[in-house]
Design a protein around this ligand. Structure first.
Ligand code: ADE
Length: 226
């Protein structure tokens, strides 16, 4: 899979993409991530990417021209399954969406900024608008990093234990059960006996019950959807 990210802050991705699972996926050749500096697609000497809104009011608007050039160049090189724009008014990112994205060959993510982007970019280039939650970030970079992380870990071969990604919270519309490791007893706080019983069938039943109970308590909305 190939992911192209268009941003004015490529450095912001150094942390999230150079560690942990995303780093491993890159090293294994399972994902290629390219960061494109939007300013490289400007022609003026100030490398200007934003301008005042015609409507007036506070805040700058991302200009259409550099974005159009960046996207058109990428599109001339290959076909993209989706051109995503990160925005608080987009569709909420959820696990089914991440699953779908993880099956794609090529993806562009345009990171939003300022007050927004010229609406004509959304109309003519963007095929999908994604929000990572009902709150406002300073820019789309953190959202793009979240989207990429949620996708990359689902690509077959990225996580050693295939079962692991599929048993995550939300994959079956349930949150995960609690987990424990050694020691069995820490200051009198004990690991549930059942987990030490060695009875796999009972342990699976216990985990499912715990998941169900937790989902009812913490995220009842997940059980009501559809
Ligand atoms: N840009 C600013 N806030 C955002 C959000 N919640 N999701 C995606 N992109 C954003």
């Amino acid at each position: 899979m190939r992911i192209d990210i268009i941003t004015i802050f490529p450095e912001m991705f150094e942390g999230p993409f150079n560690h942990s699972i995303v780093q491993r996926a890159k090293n294994k050749g399972l994902v290629e991530i390219y960061l494109h500096q939007l300013r490289d697609f400007t022609e003026d000497k100030h490398r200007k990417v934003d301008d005042y809104a015609f409507s007036g009011g506070a805040g700058m608007v991302m200009m259409i021209e550099p974005v159009a050039k960046a996207i058109e160049q990428l599109k001339s090189e290959r076909n993209y399954d989706e051109i995503i724009y990160t925005s608080p008014d987009g569709d909420l990112l959820d696990q089914p969406t991440a699953n779908t994205f993880s099956t794609y060959e090529n993806l562009i993510i345009l990171c939003g900024h300022y007050k927004g982007i010229d609406e004509r970019i959304r109309e003519h280039f963007i095929t999908k608008e994604i929000s990572i939650g009902d709150y406002v970030l300073s820019g789309g970079e953190l959202a793009a990093a979240v989207i990429v992380d949620s996708i990359v870990r689902l690509i077959p071969g990225v996580i050693g234990n295939e079962v692991s990604a599929l048993s995550d919270s939300f994959q079956n519309k349930l949150v995960s059960p609690p987990v424990y490791t050694r020691p069995r007893d820490f200051r009198g706080w004990k690991v549930p006996d059942i987990l030490l019983s060695g009875n796999e069938r009972l342990i699976e039943e216990w985990k499912f019950e715990q998941s169900l109970q937790r989902t009812k308590q913490r995220r009842p909305g997940l059980l009501e959807e559809e």
